[in-house]
Design a protein around this ligand. Structure first.
Ligand SMILES: Nc1ncnc2c1ncn2[C@@H]1O[C@H](COP(=O)(O)OP(=O)(O)OP(=O)(O)O)[C@@H](O)[C@H]1O
Ligand SMILES: [Mg+2]
Length: 621
């Protein structure tokens, strides 16, 4: 294990926090805006596809919202009438009639709008449900390798947040968008119908405001929106990393600046926000000035038309326009916001599509079953997406059925990657992997899963009872079988401590169990699965000798009569292996039995001597 060098920034490691060497750029980021840049993104078509049969409800909802937008404007005619009656001293009894009609129309428009919302809400829920189920169906087919901490967090956010953003857009913003489109047309009628000259003067600032607003909306605004969402996403994942790393920071007496990335992303976001605000400073000021200048233009119009004296008609017009023209401001602001909402939606949909576009691993359903339990790697090379170097380089290994082999090597030398390739977490970049003589790509995944068990290095239990956790390996297993598996995996001391025995529900990430205990439970899962090929990625962190002995005993029990590939960190556990493969920087540099490798005087010998010294040191300490 690499020691912390003086002056090196403390990076979060251990206790579920990733060591620095596994930090990598999430796969979504590289793909960013791929769709946006290469082709026109038709978001409404996409929404239509997800809506299926409910597509027409969206159209209906928008149509009804449009009707309500027209109806809500009609009372302004009544208003004109009321002012006219008051100013001209006509039949005052008519006022209450017009007032009632106006109230009824306003309430009706509100009720009609609610019906529109009802339609769009039903469609929105359907779209969200369809989107989530499509995502889930796609996710289940994806290479397991993308479900690391970063990948899982990103996918979770897309499944939750991006689909929720789409739902909000369809339910609320789509009808509002129709209202925003219809209202200006209705307003034009209201403004020009009564006195076109004053109307024309009022329109000057409104048109100017509109032009300024359109210039704001263009100019890479969509890209800015994507940058904003990305920045939020990065900050949120860095913040999580930071909170996880607080114990490390405290223990090592470091400051917040140890989390350079977190600080950098906050600084970066701050700079982005400042630049963005500065970019919008002039157009926004112009927009606000224009839309608020409408009143000033009414005053100018009043002066211009009062040359012949202040007539009742002029008073009527000025009063009417003072009431109606603020609607232009409201309408333009609505148009601006509906544009912004649309950009947020486009960004959310692009993120969903990026998940939908990840290629699943090709599955050969008619493929053959492996002939036996041998494992063979032929010139296997693998490079992680975005990585600049291969994690595994040209590895060729042949493991006979029933053979017990160990993979050892320094941290980061590619042991876990190699094991993950064997169970097709990813497909190899070069070379091939054969199980029982068949290329893993040709073995149906259900067959492969039946054939191979994998106990992970960082075993995670799900938030269910121990019984349920173990039974995930075989859903029809009885309680007696689960207990038997737990016994073989040396878990009985854990069970005895728990209040409800095997029915105790464990907290997220096994809150109530230590790392070593969690690994033993996952070994029980593998025992129950009873697959003939077993891959064990030994956990590094559990130095407690009792637990170590238990895990060791559980491994031994499990490996009887099976092909065993054991990734070992404590070299004392591998001395009995039939063969040991030594990994160094992605390559398999040495292989042989313990004695043979000790005689070779190579890396294994150095590692073993180092290990023996550390054991002596522990004993002496
Ligand atoms: N998800 C990933 N994306 C990019 N690179 C990765 C990823 N996971 C591992 N790597 C890189 O691949 C190399 C091999 O990592 P791997 O986890 O296989 O090492 P290991 O031998 O299992 O180490 P350890 O003994 O610490 O468990 C490392 O250089 C690592 O940085
Ligand atoms: Mg590993």
């Amino acid at each position: 294990m690499a020691a912390l060098k003086a002056g090196e920034p403390v990076t979060a490691c251990g206790n579920g926090i990733r060591p620095d060497h596994v930090r990598y750029k999430p796969w979504f980021i590289e793909e960013e805006n791929k769709l946006g840049k290469t082709q026109k993104f038709d978001h409404m078509k996409l929404i239509g596809q997800y809506a299926g049969g409910h597509k027409h409800l969206i159209t209906l909802g928008r149509f009804i919202a449009g009707i309500s937008a027209v109806i809500v404007l009609i009372p302004y005619y009544h208003l004109w009438k009321i002012i006219s009656i008051a100013v001209n001293g006509e039949d005052l009894s008519q006022i209450s009639r017009y007032a009632w009609q106006a109230v009824i129309l306003t309430v009706s428009s509100l009720l009609i709008y609610i019906v529109a919302l009802l339609c769009t809400h039903i469609a929105a829920f359907r779209v969200q449900a369809n989107m989530r189920s499509s995502l889930m169906r796609r996710i289940i087919t994806l290479p397991l390798g993308i479900f690391d901490e970063d990948g899982t967090g990103k996918i979770r956010r897309i499944v939750n947040d991006s689909t929720a953003a789409t739902e909000t857009f369809i339910a609320h913003q789509l009808p509002d968008k129709t209202v925003a489109a219809v209202t200006p047309i209705g307003l034009l009628v209201l403004i020009f119908a009564f006195n076109w000259k004053i109307g024309l003067i009022c329109m000057i600032p409104a048109v100017l405001g509109f032009v300024v607003m359109m210039s704001m909306m263009g100019n890479g605004m969509q890209e800015k929106m994507a940058e904003y969402q990305n920045a939020l996403e990065t900050m949120s994942s860095e913040a999580t990393e930071y909170v996880r790393g607080v114990p490390v920071v405290k223990t090592f007496g470091q400051t917040v600046h140890s989390f350079k990335r977190f600080k950098e992303c906050i600084d970066g976001f701050g700079k982005w926000a400042t630049d963005y605000t500065l970019m919008l400073r002039i157009p926004m000021t112009g927009f606000m000035t224009c839309i608020n200048a409408i009143f000033a233009f009414i005053v100018i119009a009043a002066f211009a038309f009062s040359k012949d004296g202040i007539t009742a008609g002029l008073i009527l017009n000025v009063m009417y326009y003072i009431i109606v023209t603020p609607l232009i401001t409201v309408a333009l602001t609505k148009v601006a916001y509906s544009g912004e909402a649309e950009m947020t939606l486009i960004d959310a949909l692009k993120r969903v599509e990026q998940v939908m576009e990840i290629e699943p691993l090709a599955e050969n359903k008619s493929g053959k079953a492996p002939a036996d339990n041998s494992v063979e790697l032929r010139g296997v090379t693998y490079r992680y997406k975005d990585a600049t170097r291969d994690a595994v380089k040209n590895v060729s290994i042949k493991i006979a059925p029933g053979e017990h082999v160990a993979l050892v090597g320094p941290s980061g030398s590619g042991k876990t990657t190699l094991a993950e390739l064997m169970v097709r977490f990813f497909d190899v970049s070069e070379g091939e992997i054969l199980i029982g003589g068949e290329n893993v790509k040709d073995i149906p995944s259900s067959e492969l899963m039946k054939r191979v068990s994998f106990v992970f290095q960082d075993s995670r239990l799900i938030k269910k009872s121990i019984f349920e956790n173990v039974r995930m390996a075989r859903h029809d297993a009885t309680e007696a079988e689960v207990l038997e598996a737990l016994k073989k995996a040396q878990c009985m001391d854990i069970i005895e401590k728990l209040p409800k025995g095997i029915h105790t529900v464990i907290g997220e990430k096994g809150t109530y169990l230590s790392g070593g205990e969690q690994q033993r439970i996952t070994i029980a899962r593998a025992v129950l699965k009873d697959a003939p090929i077993l891959i064990l990625d030994e956990a590094t962190a559990f130095a407690d000798p009792d637990n170590e002995a238990n895990v060791q005993a559980a491994f031994e029990e499990l490996s009887k009569d099976r092909t065993l590939i054991m990734i070992a960190h404590r070299l004392s556990t591998v001395t009995n292996a039939d063969r040991i493969f030594v990994m160094d920087d992605g390559r398999c540099t040495e292989s042989g039995t313990h004695e043979e490798l000790m005689n070779q005087n190579g890396l294994y010998r150095r590692m073993f001597d180092e290990y023996s010294r550390s054991i002596e040191w522990k004993v002496g300490a």
